[in-house]
Write a protein that binds this ligand. Sequence first.
Ligand code: IPD
Length: 268
Amino acid sequence: MALASALLQVMLDAVRKTARPMLRDFGEVSQLQVSRKGPGDFVTAADLKAEDTLYELLMKARPGYGFLGEERGMIEGTDKSHTWIVDPIDGTTNFMHAMPHFAITVGLERRAPDGSSEIVAGVTYNPVMNELFWAEKGKGCYLNDQRIRVAGRRDLSESLIATGLPFIGKSGHAQAIKDIHAIGQRVAGIRRLGSAALDFAWVAAGRYDAFYERGLKPWDVAAGILFVTEAGGSVTTIEADGDPKTGVSILASNSELHPQLRKVLQAS
Ligand code: IPD
């Protein structure tokens, strides 16, 4: 990619390399080794293998950085200034069902001496569609070689909104149903495709007008927060205070729709 820095190039190469064996496993539904982590929450051998590959490639480039992965948790580094934040397959359930909507996603978080932190680089790759979303702080957001921007819609009644729905056995399910009911009365459509990382990327590309979800994790949102802000949108928690990087509550859209959606969700 023409504009990518050397470090971003490392991230791009890492996700492309990680994708190769994943694509060989994709579609082999009966061959996948699947374990259940909790209600409606699965991990396959492909997730574990992909996280190992990402760990190896990213840590080789920056050996001192910390590494936070969905499957292996936090591995502290000697250099506390940066942490790789990784979801090897965001959309594991889709992957298990041979649905081509999942992604490898990597964010790079930089921590300042005062303890504040920000995401400075991110990549999200859907290998089946060969769609590689990437951004660096202050340099815009890209899909493959094309610069992308959030959609310009201002009217909630014309907008298409993405969200997630926790499994019925998980806390947050009842609230998510209430949110869908409240939002669904005001918008043109709601989609739940099953990959938060791609939901953000699709907001950045203007395919969706907004994405909201409660109960996500840092690895689901790291790259995506940077994508939407670099594509000209706004990302906050639904409550508007607190740090969206935790993933606990997320609202991402253009700045016209953002306050309208926040009002509806805060009241639901
Ligand atoms: C899941 C996806 C899904 C979201 C879930 C996440 P995973 O990630 O992002 O869209 O609704 O909350 O856990 O488990 O497939 O990596």
